[in-house]
Ligand binder design. Sequence first.
Ligand code: IDP
Ligand code: MG
Length: 196
Amino acid sequence: MNVFKKIGSAFAVALMVFSVTAIADDGEKSSQEQSSVAATNPDDANKGNEKSDKEQSKTERTLCMIKPDAVKNHKDKEIEDMIKAAGFKVVAEKEITMTQEQAEEFYKEHKDRPFFKTLVALMTSGPIKAKVLEKENAVKDYRKLMGATDSAKAEKDTIRGKFGTDKTANAVHGSDSPESAEREIKFFFKDGEIAN
Ligand code: IDP
Ligand code: MG
């Protein structure tokens, strides 16, 4: 009787080991199946594309300002040419001279910085040209085209590298995030003033 019991439990253990192996194999198989389905099923393939399309082709808007120093130096046309050559569409633009209040409000995040007064003085010293730029990844790509804040450190083929004078008079402004872009576009433009 004991012998049968022993054989029985040995069989049970063998059965358990077999089932665990079978489950593991199944898991492997089904993940392989999934990957081959993903590669061949057009629905799944489209799903993948939708995702990467969204990532790669997110049409965005950003706010650009040609600052008073560049307007005074008559660099606005060349700057706009660079912007267009880089693939941006100008969907709205206007020229204004900012008041003290407007400049302080626009740059309020910097109100406690030592350069705030100099910045406001520059921004109210003459007309600026505000433009709404549209393109895939406009915010990031326009920041790249602008170059570093300090004109002396900006790469030579960037707008600031070519037309900036110093740390404050750096030719252009560009929104630093999609959220800033939304606020800054609204600061200058009503919905009806932007081309669709
Ligand atoms: P950004 O324009 O590259 O986004 P911010 O740090 O947002 O740079 O500063 C806003 C503006 O303030 C700059 O474009 C520049 O005109 C001015 N500014 C920033 N940092 C300095 C500085 O250290 N000294 C003088 N002016 C500065
Ligand atoms: Mg900024």
